[in-house]
Design a protein around this ligand. Structure first.
Ligand code: HEM
Length: 552
């Protein structure tokens, strides 16, 4: 059998090489088994063919030998059950990195996965070789659910990719951002009022604040109530979709042929999920967009991302598709990430009162007590700035970032990385690397502050924003650029500094008046939030209540 396959391959190779040498060659005259060819010309083809076969064999062997090492999984599904079974899979990856090295490989069914666990590997590959490491994995489920046009999932090989990125950066860059500052400040004020009146519902207040920010800046829509139609529409759809989009979760991504099997057949269960969610997905993409368009026509539009783009002279159908998908991606990418940061902030403030007091003192001395902090105060608040960095390091909102994919075969540190492999950036592992952050489980904003020890300046630890916003050409569209403030950081700064200025976060007490210490635990998923916890939120002073309740 093996020899027949070899002989057939050999014949194919000979036939393929033949035109290159423009020699006559009578195929039917080749004896099937012996393969002994007397003709001089044919002998040349024969030798070349054999050489070619050896080359293929050699290449294959060399590559498979040098693939990154990794844990052996089951013969059929690889490590899939571990990947989808453990909520803090980033911690499992960090454990495996200690065994197999900072770059290791996994299989989930047929998907080749390379996990990068060190700052160096992340920087070398995803930043340094960004040209070939900035694709997204091609997943059949994305296509079936019509999510493949969302910026976060769009392939970098798409001719529209530069347009998507340009639009996102243009609209969330510093110039356009400044026009949204009054709206963001107003939303902070609403958040503080909510936290003052019903502190126990802090999670829902924080969530609605992020929705307000995104719906205003992206669509120009003002969220008036918690039953807001667009908030509910987008939230419900996206929550379901994101929770199901874990790497390797769907068999059809490994075996694309399965996309054709009907729902009633074993293994066809995903078809029901797809048909239920797809139509709803279209609503999420189209309805808020159409609403903004109607506002533009009526001359009543707020200068949002969508309105700015719709107002351009020529608006092709193709351009409209891009606007719709950039816009909806902002909601998907921008609400839970900032929410996660704010919840982690409340959690660590509950557990580290001394850090909270120091930040409050700094704000009091710079801002005073008769106004809320503004963006322009940030440079004068180094401790608050360090505290925000430490919140982002303590638990990065996207601990595994978003999956990248590599568009061509590559080698790194003597290891072969196969084209189309899914590349997982384990950001969490870097933020817990004790060679970069000594005592990584300790919350300590002073890591980033320059301190004097005798006459020497002490080394400052790496700014975690180098990792937590992603890498290369796929870096977060809401991220700081060239030292200037962008959307994500602006909204995080305004919310955190204003909460610190006016409210105190402390441990809740039980019926026996004993303090309840919250457990530090986080949800799984692409965006990871603190698990539900209790904390007490109270006004710092009468002046703070006055500041929150009245417009000054
Ligand atoms: C603290 C807040 C945030 C964090 C930690 C964060 C983090 C990230 C990360 C890790 C990625 C993946 C980058 C990569 O693939 O290498 C990403 C992508 C993205 N983020 Fe953010 N993000 C935040 C807030 C926001 C906000 C507020 C917006 C929009 C308003 C936003 C928009 C996006 C978009 C559009 C992408 C996809 C970029 C692409 O695929 O080309 N993010 N973000």
């Amino acid at each position: 059998m093996v020899s027949r396959v070899a002989t057939s391959t050999y014949l194919v190779v000979i036939c393929a090489l033949k035109p290159l040498f423009k020699k006559t060659f009578d195929l039917p005259s080749i004896p099937w088994v012996s393969g002994i060819l007397a003709d001089r010309d044919v002998l040349v083809y024969e030798l070349l063919g054999i050489g070619f076969l050896f080359l293929i064999l050699f290449r294959t062997r060399r590559h498979s030998n040098a693939s990154p090492p990794g844990p052996r999984g089951s013969i059929f599904s690889g490590n899939r059950s571990v990947i989808i079974g453990r909520k803090d899979i980033w911690a499992q990856y960090a454990e495996w990195a200690r065994i197999y090295g900072p770059v290791f490989s996994l299989k989930a069914n047929q998907l080749n996965i390379i996990v990068l666990n060190s700052a160096k590997a992340l920087h070398d590959l995803l930043d340094g070789r960004s040209k070939i490491y900035s694709d997204r994995p091609t997943l059949i489920m994305n296509e079936l659910l019509k999510q493949d046009k969302f910026l976060i999932r769009l392939t970098s090989r798409s001719s529209q990719f530069p347009l998507y990125r340009r639009m996102a950066h243009e609209e969330l860059g510093i110039q356009k951002m400044s026009r949204h500052l009054p709206a963001l400040e107003n939303h902070v004020k609403l958040l503080l009022k909510d936290l003052l009146s019903h502190p126990e519902h802090f999670k829902s207040h924080l969530r609605i604040c992020q929705s307000r920010n995104i719906l205003k800046t992206i669509y120009g829509h003002t969220v008036e109530s918690r039953d807001d139609y667009f908030v509910n529409l987008i939230e419900q759809r996206m929550k379901v979709l994101n929770s199901f989009m874990r790497t390797g979760a769907w068999l059809v991504d490994s075996y694309p042929i399965l996309r054709h099997i009907p729902q009633w057949m074993p293994g066809g269960g995903f078809q029901k999920f797809v048909s239920e969610k797809r139509a709803r997905n279209e609503e999420v993409v189209n309805l808020p967009y159409e609403w903004t368009k109607s506002q533009v026509k009526a001359g009543a539009a707020y200068p949002s991302l969508v309105a700015n783009q719709v107002n351009r002279e020529k608006l092709s159908a193709e351009h409209e598709e891009v606007i719709k998908h950039v816009a909806v991606t902002m909601y998907v990418a921008g609400v839970d990430t900032v929410l996660s940061t704010l919840l982690t902030f409340l959690l660590v403030m509950t557990l580290n009162p001394e850090c909270q007091i120091r930040a409050q003192k700094e704000i009091d001395s710079v801002v005073g007590s008769d106004r809320l902090p503004r963006l322009s105060d940030r440079d004068k608040l180094p401790y608050v700035d360090a505290l925000i960095k430490e919140v982002l390091r303590f638990h990065p909102p996207a601990p595994l970032g978003l999956n990248h994919a590599v568009t061509q075969d590559d080698e790194y540190d003597g290891m072969f990385i196969r084209k189309n492999s899914t590349v997982v950036p384990n950001i969490w592992a870097v933020t817990r690397d004790d060679s970069i952050y000594p005592e990584p489980t300790r919350f300590d904003p002073t890591r980033y502050l320059i301190r004097k020890q005798s006459s020497e300046l002490e080394c400052v630890q790496t700014d975690p924003r180098k990792f937590v916003f992603g890498f290369g050409r796929r870096i977060c569209a809401g991220k700081i650029l060239s030292g200037r403030m962008h959307f994500a950081e602006t909204s995080v700064f305004l919310q955190i500094s204003s909460i610190l200025a006016t409210l105190t976060i402390s441990k809740e007490r039980d019926g026996m008046d004993s303090e309840i210490a919250p457990v530090v635990d986080f949800t799984g998923g692409i965006i990871s939030l603190p698990e539900d916890f209790l904390c007490k939120i109270s006004p710092r002073s009468d002046a703070a209540i006055d500041l929150i309740m009245w417009d000054h």
